[in-house]
Design a protein around this ligand. Structure first.
Ligand SMILES: NC(=O)c1ccc[n+]([C@@H]2O[C@H](COP(=O)([O-])OP(=O)(O)OC[C@H]3O[C@@H](n4cnc5c(N)ncnc54)[C@H](O)[C@@H]3O)[C@@H](O)[C@H]2O)c1
Length: 317
């Protein structure tokens, strides 16, 4: 296979970025959106990409090697199952689904059909996260004990099907599990709703083995975009900014800000999907990883509804 043929289902606010990057990677085959006007408008920018308004037509008529599902969260499972059933490698935007049961069903189908199933946890490809992971793995500043995340933005008015935990906090749940290299055994959350129909602010605490803790604070109330993390390690503190991709290390003797080039995480993410289709790489985000994020998000919602900590018994990676 030279260039894999990949389609994008859902070309709204985020999906159109996938279309641009897939085109740059030479892998864009077709576009599908129930809003055919929107699909045509996006396709017009990329010569040769075909347009569909129904998923069934797309997967019946195109010989696809891969498909990206970039539709609203509540539609992910229904659409992804059709694509997987057809034997097509599938990338589903985050969260894989809002339901861990649906995630598990998708995962089983993908195993049976022997296709790739991955999800859009794009921060995994953010150089600020990959550099921090490298420092943690090398134990350059000792053991990470506490990682705190802040993700704040104005409320995205078009997101109507889920609240901030499934839409936004999931990025940091995934990053926390990735950086610690393990799964939490307890989840405690407080969340509330001020302006959205679901929760629009949440603070989630994840308890890991050996007293390690992640604190994830997300809100759609502040008018300013903030996406930061601080990893307190036994011999230093690594602070990162997801937006500038800068990390800063403070330790007893000095503060360091390593220099490197800015890289678009979405390009790295889709290159990883394309390379995994070509058999040149493994997907960095596995279907199990994405399912575990949804399990933790479900537990956070349950905890904030009941006021109790939720104990989980997830298999450690
Ligand atoms: N990874 C990230 O950083 C990131 C960022 C933004 C959004 N997202 C995710 O991307 C997904 C889409 O978000 P968005 O902001 O682009 O939403 P959006 O509402 O702007 O776009 C969704 C598009 O899907 C289309 N659609 C809906 N149902 C469809 C169907 N059955 N078949 C074909 N098309 C259909 C809609 O017409 C619309 O054009 C969500 O899951 C969201 O969580 C991820």
């Amino acid at each position: 296979m030279v260039d894999p043929k990949v389609a994008v289902i859902g070309v709204g606010g985020w999906g159109k970025n996938h279309v641009r990057v897939l085109h740059e990677l030479g892998a864009l085959a077709a576009i599908c959106d129930t809003d055919i006007g929107r699909a045509k408008e996006v396709a017009a920018r990329y010569v040769g990409s075909r347009v569909y308004s129904s998923v069934e037509d797309l997967i019946d008529k195109e010989a696809l090697d891969g498909c990206l599902v970039c539709t609203p969260t509540k539609t992910h499972a229904e659409i992804a199952k059709k694509v997987i059933e057809k034997g097509i490698n599938t990338f589903v935007e985050k969260p894989l689904s809002f339901s861990a049961t649906e995630c598990q069903q998708m995962m089983q189908m993908a195993e049976q059909k022997k296709v790739i199933l991955t999800s859009g946890y794009v921060e995994r490809f953010n150089p600020a996260v990959t550099d921090t992971k490298k420092l943690i793995t090398e134990r350059a500043y000792g053991d990470p004990m506490m990682i705190e995340f802040h993700r704040e933005n104005r409320m995205p008015l078009h997101i109507k099907d889920v609240g901030i935990i499934y839409d936004t906090s999931v990025h940091d749940i995934d990053a926390a599990m990735f950086l610690f290299g393990s799964r939490p055994h307890v989840v405690y959350a407080r969340a509330g709703r001020k302006f959205h129909s679901y929760e629009d602010f949440a603070t989630i605490m994840l308890g890991f083995a050996d007293q390690k803790v992640a604190v994830i604070a997300s809100n759609w109330i502040t008018p300013k975009k903030v996406r930061t993390f601080t990893a307190v390690c036994t011999d230093g503190i690594i602070s990162g900014d997801f937006l500038t991709q800068e990390i800063k290390i403070d330790h007893a003797e000095a503060a360091l800000i390593p220099r490197r080039q800015f890289q678009e995480p979405l390009t790295l993410e889709l290159a990883n999907f394309v390379d995994s289709i070509l058999g040149k790489a493994k997907t960095l985000v596995t279907a199990q990883d994405a399912t575990d994020v949804t399990k933790v998000a479900e537990a956070a919602i349950l905890s904030s509804n009941t006021g109790s900590p939720i104990y989980l018994d997830m298999k450690q990676p």
